[in-house]
Ligand binder design. Structure first.
Ligand code: SF4
Ligand code: SF4
Length: 558
């Protein structure tokens, strides 16, 4: 087992990476190893898919699996070894299918099909033990002794970025949004990884390609969400319980939430969002359900306490699941790519077991005091108020914008983000997204001439909105995004944040403060190369007050 894809990876003087089970996240050795084999096979699927596409065969069934399969390997998504055995078999079947399609198409066009090597040829063993013996040869750090940590780190940067891309692409696909351009580019990048690249500069170029691909995918997901559920609207969301039976829905998948709302209609059950599902309350189609009662709880790392206290069933639609406590293991359900051993998984879209559990469990006995937060500042809302915002900047009422958000996590160093938000001056606006917002989204920020000082843009993929708003401000002021009075403090934890970070770097946005640590796979050589070769900033967060002052000084001199 070796894994260093997330921020909480083991770091000791002896080395970095979760190299023995369980990983800090709770991942066991078999699951980690099987995830590596699945990832390897998916690269093989992409090798054939890319070549089939070049022969005119674009096979959506194949690409569906590429994205879904990668999604299952993200941090805090799926911990069930048996699911991975099944996914490995499925990956092999799909690879052989697309291989056949490719070879047939090539022959029909009078061409000799290429004979591929690497993941395209990998034959997973039959038994679990034999399968696990194959894992060390396909792990991310395979060959580190002779290739060195820079080569392995650059490959990891591309692969982990692609995992984030896959998760966003999958969220769009379940809503029926797919793009041949995205699928083709994903195949190209995975095919490149399958070639075991060793040229570090070329790999860093490719990592920025991942960032560019992620921009397209976030745009696709934004279209999927807003065209399906309407554009986010400014919404006052209740964050305290109401008397009655209850279901809690966590994760990111709005499609799953819609199905649950539909099936619980008129059943006398209130549905609450949790974690990254909070922005669902601002989408017109979803908030039209009267039994969408609000949001309870905060970021993923608090779920064991919050789920234990919740008096009904809990549904995890995507990351981030952590080991369910005994008190709620029998009333938590997983969907789609998510899994935990012994937890009931719903894979047919029928939420009857969840509804039955909600009716059998006590629910909330009394109404709590009505507490609320305001959300819904996606790009439609903000661009609709652009004139007002631009005027406030011109008049000096707004001096600076901070984008503070991304993932949350358990590290105490993450207090930095709370401090930045809380101490941002009264003539500044704090935009936020992702689950990092829970550190400060109940605090009182006030407003500037009617513009709230805290603007919750949405889920982490709504970084797309932040980019659009920044672009619109730059246009209004006839300058580049880097010339705006805008500072970005990005809180990273897992691979979706990696993809977003690569997108921001690919756009040439400078001075992003990343924290609480730099990713373990970004070796000093890789950081230095990204900075010198591509003129990028890879700044680690510093001390909150000092970073705030520096940001504001920059504004004053810009
Ligand atoms: S996902 Fe993170 S915590 Fe889990 S094994 Fe990998 S690096 Fe370690
Ligand atoms: S923003 Fe990142 S850490 Fe937070 S719930 Fe989403 S995937 Fe998990």
């Amino acid at each position: 087992m070796f894994c260093y894809q997330c921020e909480q990876t083991t770091r000791t003087p002896a080395g970095i990476g979760c190299a023995s089970a369980p990983g800090t996240c709770g991942k066991d050795e078999a699951t980690a190893d099987l995830q590596d084999i699945l990832t390897h096979l998916i690269k093989g699927v992409a090798q054939y898919a890319r070549r089939a596409r070049a022969m005119g065969v674009a096979d959506r069934y194949t690409d569906d699996f590429i994205f879904y399969g990668l999604f299952t390997t993200l941090t805090n998504v799926n911990f069930t070894a048996t699911r991975f055995v099944h996914l490995i078999q499925e990956a092999t079947k799909r690879r052989e299918r697309i291989k056949l399609l490719y070879e047939e198409a090539a022959r029909e066009q009078g061409k000799t099909p290429e004979i591929l090597s690497g993941p395209a040829n990998f034959q997973p063993a039959d038994g679990l033990e034999q399968l696990l013996r194959q894992a060390s040869g396909v792990a991310i750090n395979s060959g580190v002794d002779h290739l060195g940590s820079d080569v392995i780190g650059a490959r990891a940067l591309i692969l982990y970025g692609m995992k984030g891309v896959a998760a966003y692409a999958q969220h769009a696909r379940v809503l029926g949004y797919q793009s041949d351009e995205v699928d083709a580019q994903a195949e190209v990048i995975l095919d490149y990884l399958a070639s075991n690249p060793t040229d570090i500069d070329a790999m860093l170029e490719e990592s920025l390609e991942v960032g560019r691909l992620n921009l397209k995918v976030m745009e696709l997901l934004d279209a999927a969400n807003t065209e399906t559920f309407g554009a986010q609207e400014i919404t006052s969301v209740r964050i305290s319980p109401i008397k009655g039976k209850a279901i809690l829905v966590s994760g990111h998948d709005l499609h799953d939430l819609k199905q649950i709302l539909e099936q619980t209609k008129d059943q006398g059950i209130n549905v609450y969002t949790h974690g990254e599902m909070l922005p669902a309350n601002a989408y017109p189609t979803l908030k039209a359900y009267p039994h969408l009662a609000g949001n309870l709880g905060g970021a993923w790392q608090d779920q064991q306490r919050e789920f234990a206290d919740f008096p009904g069933p809990i549904v995890m639609t995507s990351n981030c699941i952590i080991e369910p406590g005994k008190s709620y293991k029998n009333r938590i359900f997983t969907l789609g790519p998510v899994g935990w051993p012994g937890v009931r998984h719903i894979d047919d879209g029928d939420f009857t077991p969840v509804i039955q559990a909600a009716k059998a469990l006590p629910g909330f006995a009394v109404d709590a005091e009505d507490q609320r937060i305001t959300i819904g500042f996606g790009h439609h809302t903000l661009l609709g108020a652009a004139d007002k915002i631009v005027d406030a900047v011109k008049s000096g009422d707004i001096r600076h914008f901070f984008l503070v958000g991304g993932c949350d996590g358990a590290s105490p160093a993450r207090n930095y983000f709370t401090e930045v938000a809380d101490h941002a001056p009264a003539d500044s606006v704090v935009m936020t997204l992702g689950c990092g917002k829970y550190r400060f989204n109940r605090h009182e920020f006030g407003d500037i001439g009617g513009i709230p000082r805290l603007l919750d843009i949405g889920q982490c993929n709504d970084a797309h909105s932040a980019i659009r708003v920044a672009g619109a401000l730059a246009e209004a002021f006839n300058c580049g995004v880097n010339d705006l009075p805008l500072s970005i403090m990005l809180s990273w934890f897992e691979q979706k944040a990696t993809a977003i970070h690569l997108s921001l770097l690919a756009l040439g946005i400078k001075g992003i403060k990343l924290g609480p640590t730099l990713p373990a796979y970004l070796t000093p050589t890789l950081v230095q190369k990204l900075q010198s070769r591509f003129d990028l900033d890879l700044d680690l967060i510093g001390e909150a007050q000092a970073d705030l002052q520096a940001a504001l000084t920059h504004t004053a001199t810009a």
